[in-house]
Design a protein around this ligand. Structure first.
Ligand SMILES: [Zn+2]
Ligand SMILES: [Zn+2]
Length: 339
């Protein structure tokens, strides 16, 4: 079968490898669409997680179950499913409390285990969820990043009508905007790339500000009537967006840090101390997949709005390069037509 393999740091190729065999409790999935995510770029260029190499990349996926391993419920045979790619150990003190994304022994599709940029992938049956009939494949493929956005939004006590800032409108920031808008929050976006600001407004942001050329804090003060935002969700993972998040919220407000980073940031903590801000990290997903599917099925969000290009599996390396090089675009997707 065809598989996009990370051969070395910064180097991926399309290769031919054996079709994996589903073990006990596993299913074999034929992916239909798989999304290109910043995490894939972190794996490829920074070797995030120090997983095994060569490794099949990709973790955001929908597809059809083509084979079930021993002990897997029959109803999953031929089912159209999405995958929650966090693979917790199931046995540690965190897993036993349902805090699966905090599992210190966690594995993850496309980081430590062969992923979904391939004709076939094996996944644990208890990590798949059946897709409702009215959810299109392209939207189903975006359930995982949507579930991450729900996780981020779960981390602060957001009320209808609250003013929420999203700092950084890459695909995950754009997903967060859709979730917040569906929750009844008013959303301000800060994003330097024009195409992403446009998409932010399509996703429901009231205002989209260019932090490099506009006076972000003054515009946010005007938008909130000088009170500051109730919540800021930081999706950039760089010093500028983190500092903006701390400065844009009101006193006593919440800041959710969701952007990943690979080097120490330079952060001014004065606004946290003086304003008694509540700062919370957010990572991956924790049982938000069923809610993500429900939001799509009920037409309260449409994640495929942010898709700017679909590549065939054979062009995945080009898609990864494009996502790395050009930030002025939305989500890139890989379409997989298994021969
Ligand atoms: Zn992802
Ligand atoms: Zn665990």
């Amino acid at each position: 079968m065809r598989a996009v393999r990370m051969e070395d740091v910064g180097h991926a190729i399309i290769d031919n490898i054996e079709i994996p065999v589903p073990g006990a409790g596993e299913v074999l999935l034929a992916p239909r669409y798989s999304g290109v995510c910043a995490t894939d770029l972190h794996v490829l260029h920074h070797h995030l997680g120090n997983g095994p190499i060569p490794l099949t990349m990709g973790h955001e996926v929908t597809g059809r179950v083509v084979k079930i391993g021993p002990g897997v419920p029959e109803h999953l045979q031929e089912a159209r499913v999405v995958v929650e790619p966090v693979l917790p150990c199931g046995d540690c003190v965190y897993c036993r409390q349902g805090l699966i994304n905090l599992c210190p022994h966690m594995s993850h599709l496309g980081i430590w285990k062969d992923g979904s940029f391939a004709d076939y992938v094996t996944v644990d049956a208890n990590r798949v969820t059946v897709v409702p009939g009215n959810v299109a494949d392209i939207d189903a493929a975006l359930v995982e990043p949507l579930a991450c956005a729900i996780n981020f939004s779960d981390k602060a006590p957001i009320r209808a009508g609250d003013r929420v800032a999203v700092l950084g409108a890459g695909p995950i920031g754009l997903m967060t905007v859709q979730v917040l808008a569906a929750m009844g929050a008013a959303v301000l976006v800060s994003e330097p790339e024009p195409k992403r600001r446009e998409l932010a407004q399509v996703c429901g942001a009231q205002v989209a500000i260019d932090p490099l050329h506009d006076d972000l804090l003054q515009m946010a003060a005007d938008w909130t009537g000088n009170g500051g935002c109730d919540v800021a969700i930081e999706c950039g993972g760089v010093s500028a967006t983190v500092n903006d998040a701390f400065r844009i919220v009101r006193r006593g407000g919440h800041v959710v840090l969701a952007g990943n980073t690979f080097e120490p940031l330079r952060v001014d903590i004065a606004p946290i101390v003086a304003g008694e801000l509540i700062v919370q990290g957010a990572n991956a997903t924790r049982w938000q997949v069923p809610r993500a599917l429900r939001l799509i099925s009920e037409k309260r969000v449409q994640p495929s709005k942010i898709v700017s290009q679909i590549y065939p599996l054979t062009k995945t390396v080009e898609a990864l390069e494009s996502a790395h090089r050009d930030k002025n675009q939305g989500k890139l997707m890989i379409e997989i037509e298994t021969p």
